[in-house]
Write a protein that binds this ligand. Structure first.
Ligand code: 26Q
Length: 823
């Protein structure tokens, strides 16, 4: 395969070294004698970039020539992580690059570490977008990502005195080899202004939008290489720049200072990623970001379509646009505006094009995460768009009224406009109405949206407007790159690396599930990965952990619904049991390292309290000589994609313990199992499908089911529910001040006990959770049985490749085909 499709000219170490030296001397204007690690990383990345660009150009030319239907994936987040290792693996040049740089006295691992993460996302949704564009390229689909080029990614997390402190992530300090600025394609985007009626020569009445402020959108292109193919797709990220003409006017009036101030205003639009995960904040700047990115992307897409000189009716035969959550929903309105106001199409004809172009993916049922923008905010910033939203709503409600005459409750329930004070635009409803398909991200989630938040729309539309595409992850980054040892062992058994393009082939491992020699190799790799994580922990927090201990991991955004609080309460419970035990009894306990990581939204008080509690527990437990290696509690600072690549392969068990019905899918659950870690989880999100695939003997499930949650919450409100007694013991010791001033934790504890609502059912699930933990300890004691579970699980993870997910989108939603490779 590689011979046929290998990209790039440097075939040998020497040729690479020639390119490397050229870049040190010309691109960096330095000499080899004055080349430190950072410069070496930069030179190596430039050499690899050149190879990428060659293939990228070929791919884009081929697509221009053949003009196939393309998918545009609109996402306000792309959590890409580092690019170099991935590019080397996909271009199949890692070995020779490593040999090449070592000839100059560098270690490739050290150079890789010099690259800052492209952390342009919060968590699951952003990382999903990154996995999806990897799969689009790998499967030879013509597909582009469109996003924002934030100057500051998700903040860097410091832990100071046990508390989270945020620091800005300015990731563009050094030249970024992985992006190509396209200053020549800058696009003007308008804000504010007013609308005006106007009659054309034929007496037709139009409304136009004018008189607003202009900001320029400059694209930066990020090549996205596929694996085992020469196909390289494009991720286009927009950066905001002041509009030159606009500046000049002010400048000429002599208002130089004001002109510069406005310039800075324009630049703020793409300055910073909003750090809330699963939480909606109605800030004007966020709305500006959304429109800026949507308008630039659509202008680009429409321009490309117009170059083909096809009739408008063919628009959706050529173009599919996927809305990654409601963040790009204004695209529905913007396309309708372009078609009607600018291109002169009739409303109905335009609307048909719009609705056959868009698909909408929902990622949450949490009410606090659903976007609703104040009508006045939209009306002021985007006056024409508000008019169009009202028209879309009018026609929609007229249709509903015709089909369900007299049902006024229904009309007010499904109206895009919520008649609250102030009035709000319900973005999810607009996205549903403007799309031909709506999908959830795991089976349970897709059922839940049909029966809860969107149930009226199921009645209004055909049931098959709503569908499911279960999430997936790319095995290239999350197995091959993150866990090279395991990938190699698997390749040895399966006779090659084909499984990286066809993850179903992992099934071939099943026949080794009872092979004791294989168990040894398998567990040895786990041990090595645990040692790698232990070194990271030691270097960061100074805590020494025993790699013989069971590594128990929960890394993800900190959120009450994800229930890190329940996990740390169970750790405290374990500590109390250890303390109460005699030295003899203690020896029977399974050694554990309880590892946490994740960021809290800066303004999320409860989540920050949970972080403080975890760190405070660590400070007590880790310094208790009586306990020693029996229990360690670690909080890993600044969890990000690069750290996930170290952490994921090192887990024995990981936690995916959201209150049933709250986690739409989860994707780290898939990463952990693919790397041979088992999981303890609730019957929620993709855990359910993981169980179905790998077998219920190979997962530790616990807790109430989604269907019971409503009743339980009701009983909290009206019944007298006692706190679980074991949880009460935990609360007692927290309140005794063992982990510092108890007042710090009182709001957290009162949200659960003390007549708190315990909305996330921590107390209701606690007994079942402790029981599942015991099962884990018991199972881990038999290492061969454990290895057998782990191997069986990995063998059955093929379904969770993002390649499978992307093929489903392509077939059922986008109607796109791969573009075959040239020979
Ligand atoms: C909205 C408005 C204003 C500011 C921020 C936001 C915002 C930002 C990010 C709202 C939500 C998000 C992120 C949501 C997210 O990551 N959801 C996760 O998506 C994953 C991929 O489908 C799922 O696996 C997770 O279950 C889901 O929580």
């Amino acid at each position: 395969l590689w011979k046929k499709y290998a990209i790039g000219e440097f075939q040998t170490k020497e040729e690479f070294q020639g390119e490397f030296v050229r870049h040190v001397e010309t691109t960096l204007a330095r000499s080899l004698y004055n080349c430190d690690e950072l410069a070496a990383y930069q030179a190596a990345s430039q050499a690899i970039r050149d190879r990428l660009i060659v293939a990228w150009n070929k791919t884009q030319q081929k697509h221009t020539l053949r003009d196939p239907k393309r998918i545009y994936y609109l996402s306000l987040e792309f959590l890409m992580g580092r690019a170099m290792d991935n590019a080397m693996l996909n271009l199949n040049v890692k070995q020779l690059t490593g040999d090449g740089v070592s000839g100059f006295g560098f270690r490739l691992e050290d150079l890789i570490e010099k690259e800052p993460d492209a952390a342009l996302g919060n968590g699951g949704l952003g990382r999903l977008a990154a996995c999806f564009i990897d799969s689009l390229s790998t499967l030879n689909y013509p597909g582009w990502g469109y996003g924002l080029r934030y100057q500051y990614g998700i903040f860097k997390q410091k832990i100071i005195d046990g508390y989270q402190v945020e620091q800005p992530d300015y990731w563009l300090t050094f030249d970024n080899a992985w992006e190509i600025p396209r200053t020549e394609i800058a696009i003007d985007v308008m804000f504010y202004g007013y609308t005006r009626k106007f009659t054309d020569d034929e007496g037709k009445v139009h409304r136009i939008w004018e008189g607003g402020d202009l900001v320029q959108a400059v694209p930066y292109d990020f090549p996205v290489p596929g694996y085992g193919t020469e196909n390289v797709n494009n991720l286009r990220l927009w950066s905001s720049k002041p509009n030159r003409e606009f500046d000049f006017a002010k400048f000429n009036e002599g208002a130089y200072d004001q002109s510069v101030a406005e310039q800075q205003q324009a630049e703020t639009i793409s300055a910073v990623l909003y750090p809330n995960d699963n939480f909606y904040l109605g800030k004007e700047l966020r709305l500006k970001q959304q429109y800026f990115w949507v308008a630039a992307s659509l202008s680009d897409i429409v321009r490309r379509f117009k170059k083909s000189r096809r009739p408008w009716i063919e628009f959706s035969d050529q173009i599919a646009i996927q809305l990654n959550d409601t963040h790009p929903t204004l695209a529905v309105v913007e396309l309708q505006r372009i078609l009607v106001d600018r291109e002169g199409l009739d409303w109905d004809e335009a609307w048909e094009i719009v609705t056959s172009t868009f698909g909408y993916t929902n990622h949450t049922v949490l009410p606090e995460a659903l976007e609703k923008w104040q009508v006045d905010l939209i009306g002021n910033l985007l006056p024409r768009h508000l008019e169009i939203i009202y028209d879309i709503n009018l026609y929609f409600l007229q249709d509903v009224e015709k089909r369900f005459p007299g049902d006024h409750d229904l009309l007010s329930r499904v109206s895009i406009i919520e008649e609250s004070n102030p009035r709000q635009v319900r973005m999810a409803y607009l996205a549903i109405i403007g799309s031909h398909k709506v999908n959830g991200v795991a089976e349970l989630h897709s059922e839940l949206i049909k029966t809860t938040i969107f149930k009226d729309f199921v009645k209004i539309y055909n049931e098959d407007k709503f569908t499911n595409v279960t999430n997936g992850i790319t095995p290239r980054r999350w197995l091959h790159q993150a866990n090279p040892k395991l990938s190699k062992l698997i390749a040895e058994k399966l006779g090659g690396y084909d499984f990286l393009n066809n993850l179903g082939l992992l099934k071939g491992l099943e026949k080794y599930a009872n092979d004791k020699t294989f168990h040894k190799e398998w567990l040895e790799i786990k041990r090595a990965n645990k040692a790698r994580l232990a070194a990271l922990i030691k270097s960061q927090s100074g805590v020494e952990v025993d790699t013989n201990a069971l590594f128990d991991i929960q890394v993800k955004r900190i959120h009450e619904y994800k229930r890190q609080q329940m996990n740390i309460f169970s750790v405290i419970y374990r500590y109390l049991q250890l303390k109460a035990a005699s030295p003899e009894e203690r020896k029977k306990f399974q050694k554990r390292v309880s590892i946490f990581g994740g960021k809290s939204a800066p303004g999320y008080y409860m989540a920050k309290t949970i972080i403080k509690l975890i760190n405070a527990v660590g400070a007590v437990v880790n310094n208790d000589a009586e306990i020693g290696d029996l229990l360690k509690v670690v909080f890993i600072e600044d969890y990000n994609v690069s750290k996930a690549e170290i952490i994921t392969p090192a887990s024995d068990i990981s936690h995916h313990i959201s209150t049933a019905g709250t986690e739409a899918s989860g994707t780290s659950n898939m990463k952990f199992v693919l790397n041979g870690g088992l999981i303890i989880g609730t019957v929620d999100g993709a855990n359910i499908e993981i169980t179905r695939e790998i077998g219920e003997n190979n997962i530790f499930l616990f807790g109430h089911l989604a269907e019971d949650v409503e009743d339980l919450r009701h009983s909290h409100r009206f019944g007298h529910t006692e706190l679980n007694p074991d949880l009460q013991k935990v609360f007692d010791v927290i309140e005794s001040g063992l982990f510092g001033d108890a007042n710090i934790y009182s709001n957290l504890l009162n949200s659960i006990g003390n007549h708190g609502s315990d909305y996330y059912l921590v107390s209701d699930d606690f007994a079942s959770f402790l029981n599942a933990q015991q099962q884990v300890d018991k199972a881990y004691a038999d290492q061969d049985a454990w290895a057998q579970k782990s191997i069986t699980a990995v063998a059955n993870m093929g379904f969770f490749s993002s390649d499978r997910a992307i093929n489903e989108y392509a077939e059922n939603i986008w109607q796109i085909e791969p573009v075959p490779l040239d020979n």
